[in-house]
Design a protein around this ligand. Structure first.
Ligand code: CMP
Length: 152
């Protein structure tokens, strides 16, 4: 089992797409094991996007991500980091394949609705930025035998 950090960005909250997008992860069979709404501060934005802080687009990105509440989620499942990135599609909604979340709902590079960790180290670092370990609530869904075989 693997975990990843998913952030429903301010455009997702403002466009009333939270339920729609959470539903994609639930119907895929992934477990939501932590979730909270919060206002990202400039300090948290700089920590989260540390690799982008020096890039020319960072000021606009910070203004966007701190401009309205976000929903942070920790979700769990097999190979989830790769699968969730595939479900999101390309960074720019205009390039994202139809059927992906961004391909279906976004037509922007910045307002691309959802962030997801891009690897195990990022997932670990980002989950710690948004959640205290006591806020993570893993559980075994009773549906598990209907979602995958015992040896998967
Ligand atoms: P995300 O997956 O959250 O990771 C970094 C974010 O920066 C990305 O989604 C986009 O929202 C944004 N981003 C990436 N590249 C650019 C760019 N060239 N111009 C503006 N925003 C960008």
């Amino acid at each position: 089992m693997e975990r990843t950090l998913v952030l429903l960005k301010p455009d997702c909250v403002q466009r009333r797409l939270m339920g729609e997008i959470i539903s994609r992860f639930e119907t895929k069979g992934f477990n939501v094991i932590a979730m909270k709404m919060l206002q990202v501060t400039p300090e948290l934005a700089k920590q989260h996007y540390a690799e982008h802080v020096e890039k020319p687009f960072y000021p606009g990105l910070e203004e966007f991500i701190t401009g309205a509440p976000v929903v942070a989620m920790c979700i769990e499942g097999l190979d989830i980091i790769r699968v969730v990135r595939d479900m999101l599609g390309a960074t720019n909604g205009l390039n994202a394949a139809a059927g992906t979340i961004r391909g279906d709902y976004s037509s922007s590079r910045q307002m691309n609705l959802v962030h997801a960790s891009d690897g195990p180290e990022a997932a670990d670092r980002e989950m710690k930025l948004y959640f205290d370990p006591t806020e993570i609530c893993p559980y075994e869904p009773t549906l598990t035998p209907w979602l995958k075989a015992g040896d998967e």
